[in-house]
Design a protein around this ligand. Structure first.
Ligand SMILES: NC(=O)C1=CN([C@@H]2O[C@H](COP(=O)(O)OP(=O)(O)OC[C@H]3O[C@@H](n4cnc5c(N)ncnc54)[C@H](O)[C@@H]3O)[C@@H](O)[C@H]2O)C=CC1
Ligand SMILES: O=C(O)CCC(=O)C(=O)O
Length: 420
């Protein structure tokens, strides 16, 4: 049988379990998603034709609280991917000690081929289909790849219309005008950046870093912006159109402004004095910090040996395959794992949910301070665990999360109540 993305993700669970004395019940509970709903969404296109799209929402585990996780719009989305992303959310929320379980959703669609009105109809159709699955105390979606605050706004509005009241805490990553939080837009990148800054001494990173960014969307662009503002150099970057490189550094502001106008990075090469390179050359570019911020499995058996970075910061979910992890560890490259490195997004989503429920909204400085405190606290705990047990940061993050999950599973007792 071919190995799925979820099979590979479960290897991390098995590895973490080896470092703990864990009841088999805990592993049995975490090995399978508790519920995945699959729906075919049907919408009217602008030309009057009907078109259908497959969509999913997975609530992987709700032991520690309502399930939480983004919704992805991507042509390659599939059930195994959604379940794996929901598994990662379960561990991510546990690493950060957020009172959530893990969930995720997706629509199999290329949103770049839809008009704005088609996109809005599709987003509303998603909520119509999953209104009974989601809820502020049940399952709370947020943005992910190719979804954004505008889409979250449409979805929140549709949910309010269905239930007949205003329930801002049902979705996070909303526009500020609809109860979104200040600081959610750059939170994924900021959390990763705070983590690197906090551990820079231990990781022997220089004061001024050369950085390579794979994937130049929400996470990648905000990371470039934060890093450039502190004087670090972006020496190579890529998006789905290809990769560019300049040893003199790429201007983050120019790249971000051009992306906002719909341009590709490759189309900017001449203006930036950069060369166009192959995607695997990007990964092999010499740098202090390699930041995968695109999709899963992008550092794999074939290109891992070429990595010439001191540290890899996984802003994307699952960008390094387990086989590549082994290669990187052998080369002495430290990988700051996704469930910790990109957890700034869900952490500020949590702060948004808290603000929605209390009806009182914080200044951005308050959001940054709370994010900093949580990421430094948990980042330090994972670092210490990895040193103490002589294990990788990834294993340490899973051990840290699994301890919390096991405690909660056991606390539920032998006849656990889980939401139906
Ligand atoms: N948005 C969020 O709050 C969070 C996102 N993440 C993860 O971060 C990653 C990126 O997400 P976002 O930035 O939100 O998505 P996005 O949709 O804003 O950007 C995705 C970027 O990846 C690029 N891309 C796609 N295929 C590529 C390829 N083959 N090579 C290079 N670049 C490619 C796209 O061109 C785009 O620039 C995903 O793995 C996502 O799950 C993780 C935590 C939170
Ligand atoms: O903000 C959230 O609730 C979840 C973000 C997400 O999907 C992720 O961290 O992968």
């Amino acid at each position: 049988m071919t190995e799925t993305l979820l099979d590979r993700a479960l290897l991390r669970l098995e590895e973490a379990a080896r470092h703990l004395t864990i009841d088999q019940d805990v592993i049995e509970k975490l090995k399978y998603p508790r519920e995945t709903t699959k729906v075919r969404l049907m919408i009217r296109m602008d030309d009057g034709a009907r078109k259908s799209f497959l969509a999913w929402r997975c609530r992987y585990d709700d032991t520690r609280g309502p399930t939480k996780g983004g919704i992805r719009f991507h042509p390659d989305s599939n059930e195994a991917e959604v379940e794996t992303l929901a598994f990662w959310m379960t561990f991510k929320c546990a690493v950060m000690n957020l009172p959530y379980g893990g969930g995720k959703g997706a629509v199999q669609v290329d949103p770049r081929k839809l008009s704005r009105t088609e996109l809005e109809r599709l987003s509303r159709a998603y909520v119509q289909a999953f209104a009974r699955v989601i809820g502020p105390d049940r399952d709370i979606p947020a943005p992910d790849v190719y979804t954004n605050s505008m889409i979250m706004g449409w979805m929140a509005d549709e949910y309010n219309q269905i239930v007949g009241e205003v329930v801002p805490a049902v979705i996070t990553g909303k526009p500020i005008a609809l109860g979104g939080s200040l600081g959610r837009n750059d939170a994924t990148a900021r959390g990763g950046y705070y983590l690197v800054r906090h551990l820079a001494g231990e990781l022997a990173l220089p004061v001024s870093m050369d950085i390579v960014i794979q994937g130049f969307g929400n996470a990648g662009q905000f990371f470039a912006s934060l890093a450039a503002a502190d004087g670090h150099r972006i020496v190579a970057a890529s998006d789905s159109s290809g990769a560019i490189r300049s040893s003199d550094g790429l201007d983050a502001d120019v790249m971000i402004a051009a992306k906002k106008k719909g341009r590709t990075l490759v189309s900017l090469a001449a203006e930036l004095g950069a060369e166009v390179i192959a995607p695997d050359e990007l990964v092999a570019t010499s740098c202090d910090l390699l930041v995968p911020a695109a999709l899963e499995d992008m550092i794999h058996e074939e290109n891992a040996a070429g990595v010439r970075a001191r540290v890899v910061l996984e802003l994307a979910n699952g960008p390094v395959k387990p086989a590549a992890d082994v290669v990187l560890e052998g080369k002495g490259v430290v990988v700051l794992p996704d469930i910790l490195a990109n957890a700034g997004g869900v952490t500020v989503s949590y702060l948004e949910w808290v603000q929605n429920r209390q009806g009182y909204y914080w200044e951005v400085e308050e959001i940054h301070a709370r994010l900093l405190k949580i990421i430094e606290r948990e980042g330090r705990a994972v670092w210490d665990l990895s040193k103490h047990r002589q294990i990788s940061m990834r294993s340490a993050a899973y051990v840290h999360a699994l301890e919390r999950l096991a405690t909660a599973i056991e606390a539920h007792g032998t006849q656990p109540f889980f939401t139906s």
